[in-house]
Design a protein around this ligand. Structure first.
Ligand code: UTP
Length: 288
């Protein structure tokens, strides 16, 4: 079955980058000239996704406004003949069918995904974490969709992380299949050092079968007293196996100060309008 639906959970509290996120959702953090979440929606659209559900919460309606039209602004830009700018904002509201749903309590990523049940129905779907920008030639969501089409199993995007950081992520039990594809048969969220299975971790993207909802129904709160998506995927991986794709792309966590700056530098260097000037500025600042 072709995957056309995606869920973007964006209802986290963003406590790691306070005070920036006191009034503004971290997903709206501007990286050069676009909010972080727009890069994520564009990745989904480039992967063939046509319908997107964003899980938001109180205080995040600015995300809805961003993906809505703004006729007054469009008219003003048209009148002042700012055609190029007009062309950059118009497609934002028509890239895909974008729906919004509120997670009424911040009970964890697993709980957020559970809220997507009636939107998803009985189809496999993509999950793109609302605070993970991944820069790549071929969209990472598409890399995962292709693995789903090939193996017919749930898929997680994976990357190796330094040993000192594995306790902040999920740790995967993997066996190499071919190229950058692995069979995953177990996983654990935020392991203590004695529970680490491998340094491969889930990174911001997955493809899930609708079976995940029945598993989430009986998944008790885990680490941090939150319903963890990893705990539900653990059941799925033990039951059917899941595919882990060591994807080709650079991932930046927009909930982390240093990574926000790194993402901004990379995207500024690649930017058509300011890339060259920014590079000169950086070299000059660094005396290179
Ligand atoms: P994170 O744990 O990275 O987000 O969740 P957070 O809770 O905002 O992080 P802190 O407070 O800085 O530590 C991963 C993804 O799951 C979403 C987040 O918005 C993020 O995209 N999420 C998390 C929800 O939608 N609902 C939740 O209850 C928790």
């Amino acid at each position: 079955m072709k995957i056309t639906k995606a869920v973007i959970p964006a209802a986290g509290l963003g406590t790691r980058i306070l005070p920036a996120t006191k009034a503004m959702p971290k997903e709206m953090y501007p990286i050069v000239d676009k909010p972080a979440i727009q890069y994520i929606v564009e990745e989904a659209v480039r992967s063939g996704i046509t319908d997107i559900l964003m899980i938001i919460n109180r205080g995040k309606s600015i995300i809805e406004d961003h993906f809505d039209r703004n006729p007054e602004l469009e008219l003003a830009l048209e009148k002042s003949l700012k055609t190029e700018i007009l062309e950059s904002i118009k497609p934002i509201s028509s890239m895909a069918n974008i729906y919004f749903l509120r997670q009424k309590e911040t009970k964890g990523l697993g709980h957020a995904i559970k809220c997507a049940r009636s939107f998803v129905g009985n189809e496999p779907f993509a999950v793109l974490y609302g605070d993970d920008i991944i820069i790549s030639e071929k969209p990472v969501c598409l890399q995962l969709i292709e693995a789903y089409e090939k193996f017919g199993l749930g898929v997680v995007g994976a990357k190796e992380v330094p040993e000192k950081n594995i306790g902040k992520y999920g740790s995967l039990k993997l066996k190499h299949i071919e190229n950058n594809h692995y069979m995953c048969t177990d996983m654990i969220e935020k392991p203590t050092p004695d529970k680490v299975i491998s340094l491969f971790s889930i990174m911001g993207r997955c493809i899930l079968p609708p079976e995940i909802f029945n598993i989430l129904d009986i998944t008790p709160p885990g680490v941090g007293n939150e319903i963890q998506l990893t705990d539900a995927m653990k059941v799925l991986s033990q039951r059917n196996g899941m595919i882990a794709v060591d994807f080709i792309g650079k991932r930046y966590d927009i909930g982390n100060k240093l990574e926000i700056v790194k993402a901004a530098v990379e995207l500024a260097l690649r930017h058509q309008e300011i890339g060259e000037d920014f590079k000169k500025y950086l070299l000059n600042e660094l005396n290179i």
